[in-house]
Design a protein around this ligand. Structure first.
Ligand code: AMP
Ligand code: ZN
Length: 479
């Protein structure tokens, strides 16, 4: 296992990462608010989560991860400013129910993840399906003296939690000066925040509770679902920079207030994706989504590659020129892969992955997820390969080409670009009948019908193709 170092937003230092327990690393990611399609800034955030997860796995650790889906309540800073539940507003405007809008957006969300080759988390719990867990947590906070009830709901008492402000560096005295208290809420301190809100009759999403019919506050869902799926003490919690305050500060107060244990060891936050110098925001301004990119003829993988080239704590200034360059890179990667696949013999089992570039790649990633430096190692390696290929017939032997392919596939465990490119190459070169036979064979194989699987394999071979079994999906290539 390669030692990993990450910047911890809580201590403001790069620290050696060690999981709390020997089993899987437990990671919680703040997820999408599903009233509108996720934009490419949100996708930058999701790619950061994916690079992190794949790096943990690449280094030899296993990961248990959860990303919540916010389908009720105010959550982001955007919403706090606007003061209204985004799902309720969208539902009213589009004459749909909040549940229908959430359903539609969750579908888009998963389609976008898939197009970007982002690995699925183990769980995507929805807030509306965990009201009970949230209420239990609120109950515990009331019992432990961290919360109080008013006519408008239940509030967290920030003065009851001495380390409030540790993550964000905000001081209670300053917050008291900077905020005005909404008189209707009857809060004791301006920084106190809602755990449960009593609903107006017009509010569509509302549930019974011991404190009156209403809906959960802005932050309680993450404390409740993290506890439900990962336990009281987790390894890593991630989110975009805007999640740090108040959202994550409040999560810490809620979780630690209720359990008395340190909630999270490592807090990791990605910087924003900006457009013309300003944060791309879901609530206002121009919306660029993955759909916008594909409509303009870009591959989602070009965006993945572009994002990999920027360190997650660096602002990513989006431009179409930068995306053009990534798309061009992708085209040359595809070309290189095509050449290597043509050269290499189909049975590559005997080749070993090339250690120096793999080691350099992992070294970069283990240094606070330095993806730009990891990418530079890959590009350098590809440049060497291209040079050898250009130097004529004996530039790269079949064995060396096979070894190079294996190496690239290994690096791709984090990059996540090579495999889909190879998939494209395979799809473009293998006739549909052969592809279908390969799928039939795989079905037979999984059903334990090896006689049939073998028969199909021989049939495919007489047609001039071989089926290779890879750890993921079987690959068909020309003999
Ligand atoms: P939302 O769907 O607005 O609740 O946001 C989902 C996640 O995306 C949160 O973790 C945000 O911090 C993150 N996020 C929102 N806007 C951006 C942006 N422009 N760049 C990077 N991350 C963002
Ligand atoms: Zn959250």
């Amino acid at each position: 296992v390669q030692p990993l170092h990450f910047y911890n937003s809580l201590t403001k230092k790069i620290e050696l990462f060690k999981p709390r327990r020997d089993e899987a690393v437990r990671v919680y990611h703040c997820g999408p608010t599903v009233y509108r399609r996720q934009h490419i800034g949100n996708m930058r955030r999701n790619l950061f989560a994916d690079f992190l997860r794949r790096t943990l796995e690449f280094s030899g650790l296993s990961v248990a991860d959860v990303m919540n889906i916010t389908d009720v309540g105010h959550l982001t800073q955007d919403d706090i400013d606007a003061g209204e539940d985004k799902l309720e507003v969208a539902a009213r405007e589009r004459k749909m129910t909040p549940a229908d809008i959430a359903g539609e957006q969750i579908k888009n969300f998963f389609a976008d993840l898939e197009a970007l080759n982002i690995k699925r988390a183990q769980h995507y719990p929805r807030a509306t399906e965990h009201i009970e867990q949230m209420q239990r947590l609120i109950h515990a906070l009331l019992k432990r003296g961290h919360a109080y009830q008013t006519a408008s709901g239940v509030y967290f008492d920030v003065t009851s939690f001495p380390s409030y402000g540790r993550l964000s560096g905000n001081k209670l005295e300053e917050m008291a000066a900077g905020h005005r208290v909404d008189v209707r809420e009857e809060k004791r301190h301006p920084a106190d925040f809602a755990l449960w809100k009593i609903a107006d009759p017009g509010h569509v999403q509302q549930w019974d509770s011991p404190w009156g019919r209403g809906y959960p506050g802005w932050h309680i869902e993450c404390s409740a679902m993290s506890l439900a799926y990962l336990g009281s003490a987790i390894d890593i919690h991630t989110g975009g920079e805007d999640n740090r305050f108040p959202h994550h500060e409040n999560e810490i107060a809620q979780s630690e207030g209720a359990t008395g244990k340190q909630f999270v060891r490592f807090w990791m936050h990605n910087a924003f994706l900006n457009l013309k110098g300003a944060k791309l925001a879901k609530r206002t301004g121009e919306q660029i989504t993955l759909e916008t990119l594909t409509e303009r003829g870009y591959s989602p993988l070009a965006f993945r590659l572009l994002t990999f080239g920027v360190h997650y704590r660096q602002i990513m200034e989006f431009s179409w020129q930068a995306l053009d360059a990534a798309q061009e890179n992708l085209a040359s990667w595809r070309q290189l892969l095509r050449r290597l696949r043509e050269l290499s013999p189909p049975d590559d089992a005997e080749f070993k992955a090339d250690p120096p570039v793999v080691a350099a790649f992992l070294r970069a990633l283990s240094d606070d997820l330095n993806t730009p430096s990891a990418l530079a190692a890959v590009m350098g390696y590809m440049k060497e390969l291209n040079k050898k290929l250009a130097s004529g017939k004996d530039g790269l032997s079949a064995a060396a080409a096979g070894g190079a392919l294996l190496t690239l596939r290994r690096l791709d465990q984090v990059l996540g670009v090579i495999e889909p490119l190879e998939h494209e190459l395979t799809a473009e070169s293998v006739p549909a009948v052969v592809q279908r036979l390969a799928e039939e064979r795989e079905t037979a194989r999984q059903a334990g019908d090896f006689a049939k699987a073998d028969k199909i394999r021989r049939q495919v071979e007489t047609m001039g193709y071989v089926i290779e079994d890879t750890p993921t999906t079987p690959r068909v290539i020309r003999k």
